[in-house]
Design a protein around this ligand. Structure first.
Ligand SMILES: [Zn+2]
Ligand SMILES: [Zn+2]
Length: 132
């Protein structure tokens, strides 16, 4: 999973559109609404750089694990062997050990599904999201 895809999954899991996030974040230099939407889109497509400033800005808008994000950035730069063990991330919602979601059936933190290696119990039965 790329850092941009990870952030996109966490944004969607938080039930926020790109427009919602654009309305929440403050950028320096200040960008207009349309520019902010384009900027977030470029982040999710792994085109815009993820500087510590950018990561902090996004962390104010929705929940994700900075540890996981930094591991994904490291893997993207240096290959899969750069982080051992590789972070385990739910392929649907992007949750992880560091950032579990609530399993609605059990009303507790989610766990790893025994049906699929990279699927959390809260996402069993959900379709894979289409890249949007
Ligand atoms: Zn999940
Ligand atoms: Zn989960």
């Amino acid at each position: 999973m790329t850092p941009g895809t990870y952030l996109q999954k966490r944004r969607i899991a938080a039930d926020l559109s790109i427009m919602d996030v654009a309305a929440m974040v403050h950028t320096n230099p200040r960008l207009g609404g349309i520019d902010k939407v384009a900027w977030i889109d470029r982040i999710e497509k792994d085109i815009a750089a993820l500087s510590p400033d950018v990561i902090a800005t996004l962390a104010d808008a929705f929940r994700f694990s900075r540890t996981i994000l930094l591991q994904l950035i490291t893997i993207r730069s240096f290959g899969p062997d750069a982080v051992d063990p590789e972070p385990r991330i739910c392929i649907i919602c992007g949750c992880s050990q560091n950032d579990a979601c609530v399993d609605p059936a059990a009303d507790t933190g989610c766990a790893w599904s025994d049906r699929c290696a990279d699927l959390c119990t809260a996402c069993i039965g959900k379709d894979l999201p289409h890249a949007a």
